[in-house]
Structures are given as structure tokens and as C-alpha cells.
Design a protein around this ligand. Structure first.
Ligand SMILES: NC(=O)c1ccc[n+]([C@@H]2O[C@H](COP(=O)([O-])OP(=O)(O)OC[C@H]3O[C@@H](n4cnc5c(N)ncnc54)[C@H](OP(=O)(O)O)[C@@H]3O)[C@@H](O)[C@H]2O)c1
Length: 331
């Protein structure tokens, strides 16, 4: 099969098209013919091995490969079709159209990927193309995890910092579905996109510092690694909740102090990415509460360009890589 591979950490140019052996589904696994994979910020970080949050470096390097990447095929989030099932697999059958996560196994930048059937892999939403569906699991699962953790009540003021990114764009929509009044913060050129997703207010972070504007929020969900922790806590109302998707060590320590000595809370738990959460996202998509966030579909041969678009932020929404010969724009 064809796959986008990399054998050393570096710039997008380390991504190359290769011919590799097709994986097989072992006991408890499914083989999926991948139709589309999101080019995520996480894929770019794994490829370059550059993290804004420095403490991620050591545990991830040990997991991914100390001198060079152990897994040559990136791609954590995908859509496709089940083409084979191993022994003892229940719930998924050959021919199912699915979307989901490959976890730290990665591999969705290849035409086929074999994954445990127990992973968050479920039927693709009926009203999304393969490309649209592939852009959901990373942002959607992380956003749903944090929005549930925030225990949002209808009418609450929720601020999403990084609202134009994959996770933020889903968080805007999920918070709206929970009944919140949503403020999205991101670069000004993404304002129309963030409003289209349902945000009531949009702040251009290059023009205004939301931590200094004097407005208060019940929940601040922060995906930006360079935010001011004190500023985010300051804009919380009494009983307010701060959720950090990119926690620096200093934030983790300071959150303990916030939780012990104030009526505000700070959380940074990582998303578990469960089937139940992906099924909840599918239901929200099919009921029209979550819209597609796809900006562009890029052919597999241009994977390096897809990563450049993500890293340079020359995009409004998700960049999706079409895997294999079939159209990712189809249902
Ligand atoms: N906690 C977890 O479990 C978890 C899981 C997956 C990923 N992550 C991490 O979370 C981060 C975000 O993920 P993502 O995929 O949503 O990334 P993304 O798509 O790149 O979104 C980040 C957004 O934040 C914007 N931004 C940058 N600086 C900002 C600022 N100062 N104020 C407001 N917005 C700003 C970016 O826009 P511009 O750059 O155009 O300004 C971009 O739209 C990544 O670093 C990723 O590794 C965490």
C-alpha cells in the first residue's frame, strides 16, 4: 500500500510517499481502508518534535522514539471503511463506514490501518463526507471532554481561547449546544468562521487582550500555551472554572493553589477519547449541532503542504489529507 512516511524528525519535507506492506487485522483488530485523515497540529508537533509546553518532550520522546520515530506513519484521526475484522471483534463488520482515532499507534496517513476494535471507532455520521468526518475526532473528542468537565449550565458565559483551531472550533459548537453564551478568541481573520459556528461574541487577540477587558466568565477553556494563567483566573466569576488544554508545569502547580485557596477551579485532565464520546459527537452532528470545519482537502502526494498550512495557520478550519485514490469529498 502507499503511505506518507517519515524516518526522522524535522520540517514538513521529511514526509515522503512510500510503498509499505499492508497491515493485517490481528485478533481483536479491524483493518480500515482510510479515505481521509486530518492533518492536525499534534501530527505536526510529532513530526517536528517541537512542543510549546516543554515538559511534554521527555515522556513523548520515550513513547515515540528517542533518536528517530518508531512509527513511520503519522495520522491519529481518520475516516474510512472496514475491510477485514480479526477474531473476537464485535460491533464492527466489513463494509462499515467509520471514523475515529488511531491513538498513539497512529498510521492513518497510510491507505490501510489495523487498529484494536476497542478504540474510539464508530459509524461515520450519515450527513458528513469522509473528509468532513475525519476532521471531527481530534477536535471533537478533546472539546467534548473539556466541555463536560466544565459542567456548563444553560445561560453561562463561556470563553474559548483558540476558538478558530480544531479543538476550539468544536468547543464553540458544543458549548452552544449546552446552552452557553460563547465568546471565541482567535486571530481576526477567523472571526466569520467562529461566528458561523455559533459564537455570540468574537475577540481578535491581536487587537484586544480579553484578560484586561473587564468582562467576566463562568468558564474559560484555554488551548493557547502562552496564555497568562493569572489573567485567565482573574476573568472568572466566583465559582468559575478554568480548563487548560496545554498545561505548562507552572500552570499545573498554580492550579493546585487556585483549587485549594479560592472558590474557582482549574483543571487540565487529558482526554481519554472513548467510543461513548465519539457516539455523542456523531449524534450532535446528525442533529445539526456540530457543523463541518473543513477548510481544504489536500491530496496525499501533497502531505508536506498540508503540514505547512497547519503550521503557518494559513487556514480557516481543518486541513484534511485525502488518502488513497478515492475522493474524500464523497459519502
Ligand atoms: N490537552 C489535550 O488533551 C490535547 C489534545 C490534543 C492537542 N492538544 C494541544 O492543543 C493545542 C491546540 O490544538 P488544536 O489542534 O486545536 O490547535 P490549532 O488548530 O492550531 O488551534 C490553536 C488556535 O489558537 C490560535 N491562537 C494562537 N495564539 C493565540 C492567542 N494568543 N490567543 C488566541 N488564540 C491563539 C491559533 O491561531 P493563530 O496561530 O492563527 O493565531 C489557532 O487558531 C495544540 O498545541 C495541541 O498539541 C492538547
Amino acid at each position: 500500500m502507499r503511505a506518507i512516511t517519515y524516518s526522522r524528525y524535522g520540517s514538513p519535507d521529511v514526509l515522503t510517499m512510500s510503498e509499505v506492506s499492508t497491515p493485517v487485522a490481528k485478533d481483536g483488530e479491524v483493518l480500515i481502508r482510510v479515505r481521509a485523515a486530518e492533518a492536525t497540529k499534534s501530527d505536526c508537533e510529532l513530526r517536528a518534535f517541537k512542543y510549546a509546553v516543554k515538559w511534554f518532550w521527555l515522556p513523548l520522546r520515550l513513547a515515540i522514539g528517542v533518536t528517530r520515530p518508531r512509527r513511520k506513519i503519522l495520522g491519529g484521526y481518520f475516516s474510512g471503511e472496514v475491510t477485514a475484522v480479526g477474531a473476537a471483534v464485535t460491533g464492527l463488520t466489513v463494509g462499515d463506514q467509520v471514523f475515529g482515532t488511531a491513538g498513539l499507534r497512529l498510521g492513518a496517513y497510510g491507505e490501510y490501518v489495523a487498529l484494536p476494535a476497542s478504540y474510539a471507532i464508530v459509524a461515520k455520521p450519515s450527513n458528513m463526507t469522509f473528509a468532513e468526518a475525519a476532521a471531527v475526532p481530534m477536535g471533537g473528542l478533546n472539546a467534548l471532554h473539556f466541555m463536560r468537565l466544565a459542567r456548563i449550565r444553560a445561560g453561562e458565559q463561556v470563553l474559548i481561547n483558540g476558538a478558530g483551531g480544531s479543538i476550539g472550533a468544536h468547543a464553540v459548537q458544543i458549548a452552544k449546544a449546552m446552552g452557553a453564551v460563547v465568546t471565541g478568541v482567535d486571530a481576526g481573520f477567523k472571526a466569520d468562521f467562529i461566528r458561523r459556528l455559533g459564537a455570540d461574541h468574537v475577540i481578535d487577540y491581536q487587537a484586544e487582550d480579553f484578560t484586561a477587558a473587564g468582562r467576566l466568565y463562568d468558564v474559560v477553556f484555554d488551548m493557547v500555551p502562552v496564555s497568562s494563567y493569572a489573567g485567565c483566573i482573574k476573568v472568572l466569576r466566583p465559582g468559575g472554572r478554568y480548563l487548560c488544554g496545554n498545561p505548562r508545569l507552572s500552570v499545573m502547580v498554580r492550579s493546585l493553589v487556585t483549587n485549594w485557596f479560592s472558590d474557582k477551579t482549574a483543571s487540565f485532565a487529558f482526554a481519554g477519547e472513548s467510543r461513548e464520546e465519539l457516539l455523542a459527537l456523531k449524534a450532535m452532528i446528525e442533529s445539526g449541532q456540530i457543523l463541518s470545519i473543513v477548510d481544504r482537502i489536500v491530496p496525499m502526494e501533497q502531505a508536506a503542504e498540508a503540514h505547512r498550512l497547519v503550521e503557518s495557520e494559513r487556514r480557516v478550519g481543518a486541513i484534511v489529507i485525502a488518502i488513497g485514490g478515492d475522493s474524500a469529498a464523497g459519502h
